[in-house]
Structures are given as C-alpha cells and as structure tokens.
Design a binder for this molecule. Sequence first.
Ligand code: NAD
Ligand code: UDP
Ligand code: UDP
Length: 315
Amino acid sequence: MRILVTGGAGFLGSHLCERLLSEGHDVLCVDNFFTGRKRNIAHLMSNPYFEVMRHDVTFPLYVEVDQIYNLACPASPVHYQHDPVQTTKTSVHGAINMLGLAKRLGARIFQASTSEVYGDPEVHPQPESYWGKVNPIGIRSCYDEGKRCAETLFFDYYRQHNLSIKVARIFNTYGPRMHPNDGRVVSNFVVQALRNEDITIYGEGQQTRSFCYSDDLIDGFVRLMNSPEELTGPVNLGNPNEFTILELAEKVIELTGSASKLIFKPLPEDDPKQRQPDISLATEKLDWAPSVELAEGLNKTIAYFDELLKTSDIY
Ligand code: NAD
Ligand code: UDP
Ligand code: UDP
C-alpha cells in the first residue's frame, strides 16, 4: 500500500515509517520539522520506497495514498506551549485537511489522539467511555482541546461522510529518538542522569504516569489501523503499569549508575495527578498488550541517549 505518515520525522512517526517500510509498503513522510528531525529518518532515505515531503498540515495537501496515519502535532508540553495557537491549528486544521484528503481518496485514516483528552481524570484507570475533566482555557488546553476537537471531526466525517476512521488514545510513550530537549519526563531524566546533572522532579513526584515503550505502541497502531471496519475507536493504547514520577527518577538513577541528585521544582499548572490506561478494549479487539517492561525499555532508551550525547550536534 501507499501510506502517508504525517509527523513522520518525529519520535513515534519515525518508528512507524520504519515498521511500515519493513512490511513492504510505500511510505510518504510529511513533516514540517517543528519537533521532528532528519536524524530520525536519515537511515530510511536510501530506501526507494521512502519519500519525505516538507509540508505543514495546516495547509491543504494533494497526494494519492491508500492509508493515512495522522501524527503531526508537537507532543511535549514545552513544545506545544511554545506556540499554542499553532498547536490548535495543527490539531484542528490539520485534521480537517487530512480528513478532506481521506474523503477524496476513500482512504482509511488513523488519528494519534491522546490520554490528555481525559485531562486530570476523576476516574481511574481511564476507560474509553470516560469523557474527561479538561480545563478549556488553561496552558495545556491548546493541546487537550485541539485533540478533543480533532476526535470530534473524525467522528463527524465518519457519520456524515462514511469515512473509515481509527482513533487511538495514546498514553505516555517513551523510547529512542525522543527529542533530547523536549522536556518530557523520560528524556529529561535520562539526559540529566547521563550528564550527572540534577534530576528535576516537578511537585513532590507523587503524580503518576504509565509508560509504554515505543515498539509496543507502534504494534498497537498497526493492529488498530488494519482492524475490521466497524472498530472506529477510540481505543486506549498504553502500558497499564503505573509509577510515581519519584519511582521513575529512582529507576533511571539505578539503571544509569548516575551520581545525580534529585531536586524538586514547582508543579506546572493543570498537571494531571494520575494516569493509567484501561486497555481491555485493545486486548479484546486487537489481541494487543504491551510486553516491554519499564527497566528493559529504559535500558534501550538510555543506550540511545548515551550514543547521542557523544555526538557533537545532539539537536
Ligand atoms: P514528536 O513531537 O516527536 O512528533 C510530532 C511530529 O509532528 C514532529 O516530527 C513535528 O515536526 C511534526 N509536526 C508538528 N506540527 C506539524 C505540522 N503543522 N505539520 C507537519 N508536521 C508537524 O511527538 P511524538 O511523541 O512522536 O508524537 C506523535 C503523535 O502522537 C502526536 O500527534 C502526539 O500528540 C501523539 N501522542 C504522543 C504521545 C507520547 O507519549 N509520545 C502521547 C499521546 C499522544
Ligand atoms: N483537502 C486536502 N486535500 C484533498 C482534499 C481536501 O488538503 O485532497 C482539504 C481542503 O483544504 C478542504 C479540507 O481538506 O478544505 C476539507 O475537505 P472537505 O472535502 O471535507 O471539505 P470542503 O472541500 O468542502 O471544505
Ligand atoms: N516531570 C517532572 N520532571 C521533568 C519533566 C516532567 O517531574 O523534568 C513530570 C511532569 O510534571 C508530569 C510527568 O512528569 O507530572 C510527565 O510529564 P511529561 O511532560 O512527560 O508528560 P505529560 O505531563 O504530558 O503526561
């Protein structure tokens, strides 16, 4: 198949392009390189079935493909809050353009949605049926509400235009090729530990997250995309093993053998207190569950950053 991956030069997008090429597909990677990097896809450039296009999805796109994975959107709070208006435009105008493209082509389209649609959840763990608790006017809203509106658009194109849609709600995912400077917790802690710098815990570190390794997640993407027509989602994809941020910091120090000390910084506004996916739907319908334990995934991530930090141009 000819498959379009928007945000294909990013952390998850690059792993997805690699996986689709390995299955023999023809892959078109579209990215504006806001947070994505050529380094992430350099090893794919010599493959004749791989093509890259610099393009911003807030503008219309006319190409011919059979499937579309829509991942374009900065994902870390530091990056999505850098230009919040552009973040909302990317989610909303980007979704409209990619849905318009899918409609013209009759192509199936996948949306990389997020656990952020649940906001600071009052239901724990979060099933897909939970509508969430989201601040519409806070500093995270450009991302949360943008992604919620994108989901709305997907379901309206499905109902109104009979489009074939697949919506995944992704929970915190980590792995090689995260941006070293994107401010997310796993990349921050690993880079700080490898440099023996202070590990920055926001708040008291008692907030929780559930961390999924990238390979597990990508497998879930492909299974959902190729699932029977009637499974539109939303489907939660993530690892249900939940840790406090303090536990994560201690684990990273242990695995790197770092001399770093923990320091405590203010908790950012609207930072969710807890998060854990209920993945029973993915398990039942996609026969999917993550298999990589935190220590194993962290070791691979540490190895990646260790190599990266030895190079002269890490960004
Ligand atoms: P990332 O920042 O590494 O990747 C996003 C990619 O989109 C980058 O390559 C960036 O340059 C590109 N992009 C941004 N705006 C664009 C635009 N207007 N036009 C074209 N390209 C644009 O982040 P990631 O972690 O790989 O996330 C990929 C997707 O998965 C995002 O949609 C994100 O919201 C979603 N997601 C990720 C996580 C996670 O934990 N990694 C969790 C939930 C949802
Ligand atoms: N669009 C696109 N590529 C296409 C078809 C449409 O980028 O191949 C964009 C176009 O900008 C359009 C949007 O998708 O505004 C929504 O398309 P749709 O057909 O749903 O609506 P309309 O064209 O009526 O606005
Ligand atoms: N966090 C932290 N130190 C850091 C970066 C993040 O304690 O250097 C915390 C952050 O406050 C949040 C959790 O780790 O509670 C996850 O943050 P991240 O930005 O990775 O993802 P999100 O908040 O979107 O789940």
